[in-house]
Design a protein around this ligand. Structure first.
Ligand SMILES: Cc1cc2nc3c(=O)[nH]c(=O)nc-3n(C[C@H](O)[C@H](O)[C@H](O)COP(=O)(O)OP(=O)(O)OC[C@H]3O[C@@H](n4cnc5c(N)ncnc54)[C@H](O)[C@@H]3O)c2cc1C
Length: 431
């Protein structure tokens, strides 16, 4: 018998050209891939992280996200994966408690906070089932363009593979805050927020049936978010200046001090974590909105819009904008992309305003409730608009879109990129 090494081949794309290539395969990228594949497009999604891996997130989904997942046929799958249904939220303003029911809104049974290793995997599985191709453990290192300066393909490599080039009608950046696609395509920052908060979180076992708990005292905040595996994500949130001063003594000790100040019960629950349990730390990034599309490219999820995690709205934004972008790609006209960006901004601006009003930590216990009511009104309007949205691609199986998509096919109408040959290392711009 010949002696052959039993080495698996490095992952490789099946085609040289796709209708859409998506850089980043988490909630924004995998949702977009799923929706486009359900409409019959050839889609490749690439992520440098492994399939089913975790990422920075405190998991709490708001109504718009749960509504989208429900319409896409995935809520049941997430519940079956052991994600607890959350039926109430309690706001703790100092020693005052206000509990609100969460069921029965927009026909939803409640809310959920799936671990990202669960949510992102369910989205990837649904996209794969619809025919999308995924390459994990692959890093996109560069984008290349044709001579008209349109974003037309990516160069990627795995740990052991040679660089591979693949082209597409459209390259979508779902690659998060540090988006390479945004940088390479010169996406303008159209709005820059000025406030951010630091968040330090870990997991602890809790009894079943708990709701969301949001805690506020002057200058600090925290939360308890029940997630999979009988655990809750317990978060301490502080302004960056306080983080820099106090968390130098050690993240564990400083987080416990914040939790203790918010609520001794919350601190006691956090103290049930295994002694060697690791904490996750995010020092904060101010919110921003970036230009959502250009010739041959688009941005979705955090790549295009970021708001502080304190209002737990990032995943809702990602899913909502994935659906809007997928509809624009299927339409293919410049007008459809412009309408999608306008719709994104109509949702995003009030979300950023109300998020920054909480993340600023310039409130008192007397007026934080009013800021939450403003946020709640924004969420209500968003949920209502989503419930009424005419999205043509919600079904779990769809035949190929009747007319071939013409993703930014109107080359003459689309503004050309300034560097027609390569986008490498183009600095991010602000305006
Ligand atoms: C501390 C914290 C807590 C949060 N808590 C909540 C919450 O409770 N609720 C909520 O709704 N939102 C929350 N958010 C926000 C939420 O996590 C984000 O909005 C969401 O993850 C955005 O999803 P995305 O798919 O756009 O990007 P990401 O989740 O950032 O995924 C981007 C992916 O792109 C990949 N990638 C990047 N560059 C490349 C490359 N060059 N090649 C290949 N792959 C690449 C990365 O590996 C990554 O997997 C939180 C955020 C933070 C930081």
């Amino acid at each position: 018998m010949p002696m052959t090494a039993n080495r698996s081949l490095p992952p490789a794309p099946k085609r040289a050209h796709y209708d859409a290539i998506i850089v980043g395969a988490r909630c924004a990228g995998a949702s977009t891939a799923m929706l486009l594949a359900r409409a019959g497009l050839k889609v490749l999604a690439i992520d440098r992280k492994p399939y089913g891996s975790d990422t920075l997130s405190t998991h709490a989904l708001m109504r718009p996200a749960v509504l989208q997942l429900s319409r896409w046929g995935l809520l049941e799958t997430l519940l079956k994966a052991g994600t607890p249904l959350i039926e109430q939220a309690t706001f703790h303003y100092g020693d005052q408690e206000i509990t609100l029911p969460l069921d029965g809104v927009a026909d939803l049974p409640g809310l959920i906070a799936p671990r990202r290793s669960v949510l992102d995997r369910v989205l990837v599985d649904a996209a794969r089932a619809a025919g999308a191709e995924f390459l994990h453990d692959m890093t996109v290192a560069d984008l290349f363009a044709n001579t008209q300066g349109r974003g037309r393909g990516v160069e990627m490599r795995g740990a052991t593979s040679m660089p591979i080039r693949v082209s597409a009608d459209i390259v979508i950046g779902a690659d998060g805050i540090g988006s390479l696609v945004a940088r390479c395509c010169g996406a303008r920052t159209t709005r820059q927020g000025s406030v951010s908060a630091a968040h330090v979180y870990g997991y602890a076992p809790v009894e079943p049936g708990l709701g969301y708990h949001w805690y506020f005292r002057e200058g600090i905040a925290g939360s308890l978010i029940p997630t999979n595996d009988g655990l809750a994500c317990i978060v301490a949130s502080v302004p960056p200046r306080l983080f820099d001063q106090r968390f130098r003594i050690g993240h564990k000790r400083a987080r416990m001090e914040v939790l203790e100040a918010l609520s001794p019960t919350l601190a006691e629950m956090a103290g049930r974590a295994a002694p060697d349990a690791r904490l996750q730390v995010f020092r904060g990034v101010p919110g921003y909105l970036r230009q959502a599309y250009g010739p041959g490219w688009a941005l979705v999820g955090d790549a295009g819009f970021f708001r502080d995690p304190i209002t737990s709205h990032g995943i809702s934004d990602a899913l909502r904008d994935a659906e809007g972008l997928a509809s624009a790609i299927l339409d293919g006209s410049e007008a459809a992309f412009a309408a999608w960006q306008a719709e994104r901004d109509r949702f995003a601006n009030p979300i950023l305003d109300t998020t920054d009003a909480v993340a600023a930590f310039d409130w008192t216990l007397a007026d934080i409730g009013e800021r939450h009511r403003r946020l709640s009104a924004v969420l209500k309007a968003e949920t209502q608009a989503l419930a009424e949205r005419q999205a043509p691609i919600l079904a779990s199986t769809a035949s190929r879109w009747p007319t071939p998509h013409r993703a930014l096919a109107n080359k003459d109408k689309a503004p050309a990129m300034t560097d027609p040959t390569t986008h490498r290392n183009r600095p991010e711009t602000t305006s």
